[in-house]
Every structure is written in structure tokens, then in C-alpha cells.
Design a binder for this molecule. Structure first.
Ligand code: NAD
Length: 521
């Protein structure tokens, strides 16, 4: 079956899209109908927008943490006051089911509250004591000073969370932020930025630009820090571009998250966890369960129960009736990738227990799918599928499961299902990934006190926790005297034999180990 690319939208690298016509057509993935046309911002326009927010940044920084928290509190209140409308808009441009669309807004408000309550402490000056006795007369200070303008380039799978999660942290830190949302889902971020400017009357430190590669590239050139969430391929292009101006980047990229089910696991919980972790948001999450390894003794039971569970899920895009569990696919390019992975697995001998077909249009639909007897010769176990597909592989024991889990270029997150939580934690230390959920899926994303980031090709840098706000700051070290100073310090010119002798003896005494060496005997 051929990939359908809806008119006016193309791959994220910008090939063959309405970019040439200077506009993006935003369509409903559920039925392909047009929602809006959004003008593409030229590189000149991007520079203008960045300079505009830069002008307002100093005042924003000077406002202090409490002042910034107050403004972001107003944004939180606006979001809750407009919850229905935002969920509807997001549903239209993503094709999510209502429950998935409603997940995003409270999570962003939680980030506002978390950094609102903890950010000041996390960014407070640190005053370490000098380790060198001779420097005890100094006061040391580590100061977190914000980058002026952060560019946040985001993907289409969570238009609100991934455009605002890092943006909130950056704004709290005192930066100005320009968001470049995905060309497939710009409307929700645009509406929130509009509200910040018009309804809330917030300072001019938050803006949005639209487009694809050219706009994104111009943003990389113009900003002082780039937060990028998206594919590994584009992440590498962004990092290369940022190298030209030595602009620091934080990259949250793709994943191929493994789930290991040990023989002592609560099978029903593991089945439900795999179904939710694999199919939430139609499997379009960087943290989706993308491959499952199950120990031999419970393999047959696990796969048949999983197939049964998934076959009962209802697909569609509901309203507040909440009658659907799995939605459409947001990007028109994604169903074709899913199809290639499933057909490759089928051809190599895997069993498709449920689903396994693209649904006829209009819109972008792929059935929730369970694949049994998968192995590492198959694309579906090696490459990011980013769709509603759960492939399962039988393993001899935990050691084999760990070996296979680590046999990936990605290392974003993972899960281990077992009733022995202590053993689960021990095995977690052997998984090469930025996060492990024991007897659970996805929960680490909600634990804002923990850093969230990928190893290997899954990224560089972390969001959430202290790391997630400090990354938006430049670290400044300040050394100042505790007491009035003399005319010159001992290390300063001129060098004399007497002074050098005393300094050498002092350094030796401090740094050599063993009395003979300390005393130079
Ligand atoms: P993508 O890389 O195709 O696009 C991401 C963003 O980059 C879009 O806004 C796009 O317009 C922009 N872009 C495209 N070319 C660019 C260029 N040359 N310079 C600058 N910007 C450019 O990703 P996508 O298809 O939108 O999202 C899906 C991918 O995102 C998946 O791989 C998924 O795993 C990943 N993702 C990662 C996380 C995470 O936190 N690690 C979260 C969600 C999604």
C-alpha cells in the first residue's frame, strides 16, 4: 500500500510540501479535512521575532523569580479556564482520542506548579566553601544566569506538552522563548501563545514561529540555546547547525523502549501495562513500549491475553463520551512506516495476533496490533515504529532479555515487570537507558523531580528536575574577598627565590601524600 501524504504537509525535513507556497495546511488526521492555513515565517521574520523577545528578556529576568511565577500562574489559570476548547483544538489537529488530548493540559499546569514551587531553590546561588586553606579568605558563589533567548523546536505527538514543558522551565529561569511547533500541529501552541499575549497580557518574552526546516534552521542561528524534541535525524541536523555558532543544545530524540516481563510477574498487570504503554496516543510517544521480551514459562499466556486485551480496544476520535481508546495517526507519513514494519515482521515469520492493517480512509488510521514471535532480524524490533504496534519476543531468562533490551541504538526508557521489586531495581542498573519503570510504564515522565532524558541516540541533556531548569542558565562563578585585601597576593609578581620557596613548600604540604613527600625529605 502506498503512503498517502496529505496535500500541504510533508515530511518534517520539508520535502515536497506547501513550504514553497509560503503556507502550511493543517488538516484533521481523522478525516483529512482542512482546519487552517498557517503562513510560514521566513528567516528574516524569525530573526525579528527573536530580537523582539530578546529586548523584553532583561526586564523579565529583572522581575525576579516571584514575578515570573506570578505570570506563569496566570497562564496555568487561563489553561484550566479554557480546558475544553484547548482539548478540542488539539484533538482536531492530532486525531487523538479525547482522553489523550485531555492528558496534556494538566501535565503542563503541573510543570508550572512544580517549577513555581521549586525553581527558586533550584536556581538559588550556591556558596561552596573553598577547599584550599589559602583561599578560605574568599567567598565563593555559583550563580545561574539565564540564556537570553531559548528556541524550542517541537514535534507533533504532544503539541502542548512538548512545546511548553521545557518552555515553562526556561521562562521560570528568566529566559525569553520562541517556539517552533511541528508543521502538522501548530494550532494549539499558537493559541496558547496568542492567549499569553492578548488574554493574559504577559510580557513579550514568549512567541511562536511557523515553518519546517528553513524556519527551524533560522531559529537555531538566532537563539542562544536550542531545545529540540523530535527525531534522531533532525536532532543531528540541529546539532550540526548549532555547532556553527557554538549554540548549546538539549536534544530529546526517538526511542525503542523495551519492556521485560519476568516469569514471576503479575501477568494481568503486565498485559494491561503493555497495552497502555504501547498504545497510548496511538503508540506515538517517544516513550512508547515498542518491544516486549517475555520469559518462556509465561510467554504463551502473555501473548494470548495481550492479543485479547488489544482486540477489545475501540478506535476512533470520540468527544467527551470517551467511547474510544485509540485514535488516528497524526503525521500522514507515519502509517506507511508502521506498515513496512508490520509487513517485514509478517514476512519473516512473526504471527500477527490482532490488527496488522491500515484502515481505509478518509484520514490516517492503523489498527492496534499485537505481533507474537518477533525477533531482532525484524525492523519492528530494531527501528522506531511510532505507531500502535506491540511486538513480543520469547526469551530464555532475564539475562537474555537484558542483552536484547540493550541491543539497540536507542536508550530512552524501559520497563521491567516483576513481583520482586528489589530484583527489578537491581536489573534496572543493567539496562542502558535514561529511565526504568519497575512493574510500571511511563510513570517516570510524571515524576518531575527525576531527570528525563535519553542515552545513546535518544538524546543529549535532560528535562524536569534541577537539570531541566539549570540547563537554561549559564553558570557564573564569582570569587570575592571576605576581608579587606592587602597590596598584593602571594602568587602575584614579582617572583623571588624566597617567595617561590615558601609557595612550593606550602603546595607540597597540601597536595603530596605521606609525610616524607609532604616535607620534601
Ligand atoms: P521531526 O524530527 O521530524 O520534527 C521535529 C521538529 O523539527 C518539527 O518542528 C520540524 O518542523 C522541525 N524540523 C524539521 N527539520 C528541521 C531542521 N532541519 N532544522 C530545525 N528544525 C527542523 O520529528 P517529528 O516527526 O515531529 O516527531 C517524532 C519524533 O520525535 C520521534 O522520533 C519521537 O520519538 C521523537 N520524540 C521524542 C521525544 C523525547 O522527549 N525524547 C518526545 C516526543 C517525540
Amino acid at each position: 500500500m502506498e503512503a498517502t501524504t496529505r496535500p500541504g504537509a510533508g515530511s518534517a525535513t520539508g520535502d515536497g510540501v506547501a513550504a514553497a507556497e509560503g503556507a502550511i495546511e493543517v488538516r484533521r488526521p481523522a478525516d483529512g479535512s482542512l482546519i487552517a492555513t498557517v503562513p510560514i515565517d521566513s528567516p528574516e521574520r524569525v530573526r525579528e521575532v527573536v530580537e523582539h523577545v530578546r529586548e523584553a528578556q532583561r526586564e523579565w529576568e529583572a522581575l525576579g523569580f516571584a514575578g515570573r511565577r506570578r505570570w506563569l500562574g496566570k497562564l496555568r489559570d487561563w489553561l484550566f479556564d479554557n480546558e475544553e476548547r484547548i482539548s478540542e483544538l488539539m484533538q482536531a489537529e492530532t486525531g487523538k482520542v479525547r482522553a489523550d488530548a485531555e492528558l496534556e493540559l494538566p501535565l503542563i499546569c503541573d510543570v508550572i506548579n512544580f517549577y513555581g514551587e521549586n525553581g527558586e531553590r533550584l536556581l538559588a546561588d550556591e556558596t561552596p566553601s573553598p577547599h584550599m586553606p589559602a583561599i578560605k579568605v574568599k567567598r565563593l558563589r555559583v550563580v545561574y544566569r539565564p540564556h537570553e533567548v531559548v528556541g524550542n523546536i517541537s514535534p507533533w505527538n504532544f503539541p502542548l506538552i512538548l512545546s511548553f514543558d521545557d518552555s515553562i522551565a526556561a521562562l521560570m529561569a528568566g529566559c525569553a522563548v520562541v517556539i517552533k511547533p511541528s508543521e502538522f500541529t501548530p494550532l494549539t501552541p499558537m493559541e496558547v501563545v496568542r492567549a499569553w499575549k492578548e488574554d493574559i497580557g504577559g510580557p513579550a518574552v514568549l512567541d511562536v514561529v511557523n515553518g519546517i526546516a528553513e524556519t527551524g534552521g533560522a531559529l537555531v542561528d538566532a537563539c542562544d540555546f536550542i531545545q529540540f524534541t523530535g527525531s534522531e535525524r533532525t536532532g543531528k541536523a540541529v546539532m550540526k547547525r548549532a555547532a556553527e555558532t557554538l549554540t548549546p543544545v538539549s536534544l530529546e530524540l526517538g526511542g525503542k523502549d523495551p519492556m521485560i516481563v519476568l516469569r514471576d510477574a503479575n501477568v494481568e498487570r503486565a498485559v494491561n501495562g503493555a497495552a497502555y504503554g504501547g498504545l497510548l496516543n496511538t503508540g506515538q510517544i517517544c516513550l512508547s513500549i515498542e518491544r516486549v521480551y517475555v520469559e518462556e514459562p509465561i510467554y504463551d499466556e502473555f501473548v494470548s491475553r495481550l492479543a485479547q486485551r488489544v482486540s477489545t480496544l475501540r478506535q476512533g476520535t470520540d468527544t467527551t463520551s470517551y467511547e474510544h481508546d485509540v485514535g488516528a495517526m497524526t503525521s500522514p507519513n507515519q502509517p506507511a512506516i508502521v506498515e513496512v514494519h508490520v509487513e517485514d515482521a509478517r514476512a519473516k515469520g512473526a504471527r500477527i495476533l490482532t490488527g496488522g492493517r491500515r484502515r481505509d480512509g478518509p484520514g490516517e488510521w492503523y489498527e492496534p496490533t499485537v505481533i507474537a514471535d518477533a525477533d531482532h532480524s525484524m525492523k519492528v524490533m530494531r527501528e522506531e515504529t511510532f505507531g500502535p504496534v506491540i511486538p513480543v519476543m520469547k526469551v530464555r531468562d532475564a539475562d537474555e532479555a537484558l542483552l536484547l533490551a540493550n541491543d539497540s541504538t536507542y536508550g530512552l526508557a524501559s520497563s521491567i515487570f516483576t513481583r520482586d521489586f528489589h530484583r527489578g531495581e537491581e536489573l534496572a542498573r543493567r539496562i542502558d537507558a535514561g529511565a526504568v519503570n519497575v512493574d510500571d510504564v511511563l510513570t517516570h515522565y510524571l515524576t518531575l523531580e527525576l531527570p528525563m532524558g535519553g542515552w545513546k541516540s535518544s538524546g543529549i541533556g535532560y528535562r524536569h528536575s534541577a537539570a531541566g531548569i539549570r540547563k537554561f542558565c549559564r553558570v557564573e562563578s564569582i570569587v570575592s574577598p571576605r576581608f579587606p585585601q592587602g597590596k598584593a597576593d602571594p602568587l602575584w609578581f614579582p617572583h623571588t627565590p624566597r617567595k617561590r620557596g615558601a609557595i612550593r613548600r606550602a603546595f607540597r604540604l597540601m597536595n603530596a601524600r605521606g609525610w616524607r613527600r609532604r616535607l620534601g625529605l
